[in-house]
Write a protein that binds this ligand. Structure first.
Ligand SMILES: [Zn+2]
Length: 461
């Protein structure tokens, strides 16, 4: 059997393939190339460093076990700055998932997609067996497994000390994660080329299945593969993205819904435990961001002020007279309507809206808005509870207003309320620096004149 023309033209393959053939001779059915090295659709400046070869053999046991990894039929060679991965599969295993999983640590369906679809693989030597491989539609995806493979590379990225290796692992994780998204949202999806995957992501974004942030990160990863550098600060980019994946899991946007505790268990159960990712999943700042993202899907939700900041709000800094002037100006700015529910011709109250930067423990005054009494009470659930206990407020009224504004059912309130208190608990773990719009610190020592000037300039327009 002749070796293919593409092997003859390639200076690495022309050494590698005849070497494999001479070693395993009659046992070989075919040799395929998969992955980016064989992907002609990639940009010409793409830095190729991995080379993946699949050798399909008649008898796997006949292959000598030297240099095999994890007892599976894998071989890794380093040659001219390339990491060459040679995987051996028996033809039987490609037809039978159970046998395959004993022989290989790859994902069965993913491996078949790689091999069977001509756009994903190149026949380098031997028999064309792709048409005879099992029908892909009849095999279910193991989404847990595909997701875990992506997370594994994120974990490795944390482990690597060398910056380049670390970044490279991260991009591998990204590419695997987006493949997972493609097959999760479209069960018939079967291309592994990065270009095809990005096309698919664009379509998924257009149909609002995935957010733009995913396409942006893939584009960053693609650029990295050409320029060897990330434009955005890498550590933050990585942490934020891994956390974003956790958020998707929490929201139930992916193949299963997990809360943070379940995510930690899932990570513990993945490739011997992904310790760096577990640490990230347990970090308060990320938990807060997740909860806040979930809660902010409600039009009306209680963003409770942390305990330590109770006495650092404007109301406490200003005299009654100053506060009266301020709140009237706020009502006027809001055209005498509630900022959240829009109701007019009702008594209004001024409310300070704060932004929480959990990475830097900064609590920033974002806005001063006018709220109707019920929206305001919903924003201060702690105070509302006091009124409820004192029988000055009926909780039913509070919940009814919340349901009305958010267009939700009553039974959702309880779940929502638990999240509000959870977020408050977590916010209490930080020591907050309180700042204004321009990042200037607001303290008890801020002069009243400066405070009023600041409010007039930034919050009353
Ligand atoms: Zn309102």
């Amino acid at each position: 059997m002749p070796i293919s023309e593409s092997v003859k033209k390639d200076s690495i393959l022309i050494k590698l393939i005849p070497d494999i053939i001479s070693k395993y001779r009659d046992n070989i059915i075919s040799i395929f190339g998969i992955g980016s090295y064989f992907d002609d659709s990639l940009p010409s400046d793409w830095i190729k460093s991995d080379l993946d070869i699949i050798v399909v053999v008649k008898d796997l046991e006949a292959i000598t076990k030297t240099n095999w990894i994890y007892n599976k039929k894998y071989k890794k060679i380093e040659y001219r700055n390339y990491k060459i991965w040679i995987a051996f599969n028996s033809l039987d295993s490609l037809h039978n998932q159970e046998i395959f999983e004993k022989e290989s640590f790859a994902n069965y369906k993913w491996a078949l997609i790689d091999l069977k679809i001509p756009q994903n693989s190149k026949l380098l030597y031997g028999k064309e067996i792709r048409n005879s491989l099992p029908d892909l539609n009849s095999i279910p995806f193991n989404y847990d497994d595909i997701l875990k493979r992506s997370l594994y590379h994120f974990e490795k990225s944390f482990q690597k000390i060398d910056r380049n290796e670390s970044q490279n692992e991260f991009t591998k994780g990204i590419f695997k994660f987006v493949f997972y998204l493609c097959v999760f949202y479209d069960n018939d999806y079967c291309r592994t080329s990065i270009r095809e995957i990005t096309n698919k992501l664009e379509k998924l974004n257009l149909s609002e299945r995935i957010e733009r942030i995913i396409i942006n990160i893939v584009n960053e990863a693609i650029k990295y593969r050409s320029a060897n550098e990330f434009k955005t600060e890498f550590t933050k980019l990585r942490n934020d993205f891994v956390h974003y994946v956790f958020i998707l899991l929490c929201n139930g946007t992916l193949h299963r819904k997990m809360d943070f505790q379940e995510i930690v268990l899932f990570l513990k159960d993945t490739f011997g435990g992904l310790v760096h990712l577990i640490r990230l999943a347990k970090a308060d700042n990320y938990k807060c961001k997740t909860l806040e993202k979930e809660l902010s899907r409600y039009k009306l939700w209680g963003s409770l002020m942390p305990e330590k900041s109770f006495y650092s709000n404007l109301r406490k800094f200003l005299s009654q007279e100053g506060w009266d002037i301020l709140r009237r100006a706020v009502y006027k700015k809001e055209r005498y309507k509630c900022h959240i529910c829009g109701i007019a011709n009702i008594q209004l109250e001024a409310h300070e809206k704060w932004l929480y930067d959990y990475d830097n423990s900064i609590q920033k005054l974002q806005n001063i808005i006018a709220l109707c009494k019920m929206c305001h009470l919903n924003n201060h659930l702690g105070f509302s509870n006091v009124l409820i206990v004192e029988e000055k407020l009926d909780k039913k009224d509070l919940i009814r207003h919340w349901c009305q504004v958010n267009n939700k059912r009553e039974k959702e309130f309880e779940v929502y309320e638990r999240k509000v208190w959870k977020l408050w608990d977590l916010r209490n773990n930080f020591t907050w620096k309180i700042v204004d719009h321009n990042d200037n610190e607001i303290t008890h020592n801020t002069k009243l004149y400066d405070l009023l000037k600041l409010i007039a300039q930034n919050y009353l327009k």
